[in-house]
Design a protein around this ligand. Sequence first.
Ligand code: C2O
Ligand code: CU
Ligand code: CU
Length: 617
Amino acid sequence: MSNLKNHSRRRFLAQSGLGLVAFAGMPGFLRAMEGMQGLHGMPKLTPNKASLNFKPDVEFDLFSRSSSVSILPGQQTRVQQYAALLKKGPKETIVDIPGSYLGPLIHLQKGQKVRINLHNKLAEPTVTHWHGLHVPANMDGHPMYVIDPGEILVYEFEVLNRAGMNIYHPHPHEATAKQVYNGLAGALFVHDEEEARLELPSGEYEIPIVIQDRLFDELNQLIYVRGMHDRMTGFYGDRILVNGFPDFKIDVASRAYRLRVLNGSTARIFKLGWDDGTPITVIGVDGGLLEKPEVKPYVMLAPGERLDVWADFSGRNEGSQLVMRSLPFSGVLPKMAERMMGGGMGMMHHNKLPVGSDYPIFTARVTKKVSDSPKLPSQLPKINWHPISATANPDKPVPIGISEGPMAMLLNGRPYKYNDIQDFERIKVNTIQLMEIFHAHGGHGTDSAAASGEHGAEKQSGGMGGMGMMGGMNHGDDDQKGGGQGMMGMGHRGGGMGMMGGMKHGDDDRKSGGQGMGVMMGMGGGMGMMMSMAHPIHLHGQQFQIVSRSVSGDEEADYATVREGFIESGLKDTVLVMPGEKVRIIKPFQDFKGLFMYHCHNLEHEDMGMMRDFLVE
Ligand code: C2O
Ligand code: CU
Ligand code: CU
């Protein structure tokens, strides 16, 4: 274990591109990094075994293993991959995707009792999480349950979710992104009677669309994080894969289809739209079907989010095609990174497929004319909404404060640490909680922090004491603007600065951190501005409702490029929070006690520590 730790520290320093000298005068910095390293204090538990009194309806072995697959023409690509072997239950439970590195599709029925035996055939620790499922804490794939190579971890749970599309993927401490990137991920569907009654398109008319981006070298091998900036912004490939395949095409008949879309990228955000301007008809999101279809000009889809799309090709001619694209938008990346990604400005790698540019995702070709098609239902199943008055804390939302800095992405001012539960992270079981996700830095943070009551603001700045450049967050706009302009004179957002401003007001740690960094960057600050970006915030456990979203004035131009792409009329487990945005949610914490994570589903951010636990008790 200590080997692993040292290795990851060395790698971290080497990749940071900042150099050791820069770190020398920065104790706060080093302490912050401590929070990102190793498995600190994470207990090593004996893997759970099958229990005699659990009588599964469905049982399968799930293998995490290394493998090679053909993705691009030529040489095969080394990947990590899930494979499953059904031992009990309906044979439709496991559906392989031939030739893909993606894990098999898993189909479960609400009410089924499921046993999954996870076999770690990798050369490193892993654990699997059922993203979207409401399962007991010890079945949720918390990093504390990682198993070593050769070990088997037994999961047993009853399917309590309503029908919907979920994800299974690894969740080992600080290695989630890399394992997902290497190929470990799959779609898990829950079905129920409400869904069946609607007779939505199924079988060959229901198509999973798992969208991911990858970067390959000349030998067709995957390239991953090349430097600190790849972690700060998240890692972006320049090839779009759907279900594991490049240039994905589907042949369709001229009728309605149900597309089950999942963004399985580690960081890339999509703005999905049809190339001919046909609106997108959405019938479901993360937590299953909406109450009625929504028709949108485009839909935003961040990592971890899902969409249930009604795609009707009726009336289209044989030989015609429709392309789903990612349409242009701006504002999800720090302004500077946005420019560098397109133009290439030293520190950042140029990307042929900048985030927010216009590019194809997949093509549907009409190859068969048919006269009959199912009709889009106008009513879908009812959702059990909770009013704010039903929450345990209508006046005091649980804060989820996002803070961004050059070396750390934090939630509520703290990097992930096992057993580091703050007061406001203790949640009483069987309560419904009002929560507020907001940016805890810059001019905008102030009012949100105030809104979240005592815990928000104080705990955050307290927590940032050791963070060096994370300081500087609660400064006036004037200060920040000065810094932002000084720095390369870019970024209309003026939100910037952070760091140098932070020195004036920070404690000693921050001072040294700020100066060190300022000198090192040789650009007089500007980190806050540099880092303000969008984060897909994911909460484990039950699905939540989105109560309200609001965005501050300076961000409005960018926000206008995405605003119509959000869907609030369904249950969610992941929500994209744009720069300057504040999102209120209502989330139940029923049935299960224990640790449930909340984190950024930009998986590079998650692995940098942008993750915390709620202790439900
Ligand atoms: Cu899909 Cu904790 O994550
Ligand atoms: Cu999850
Ligand atoms: Cu993030």
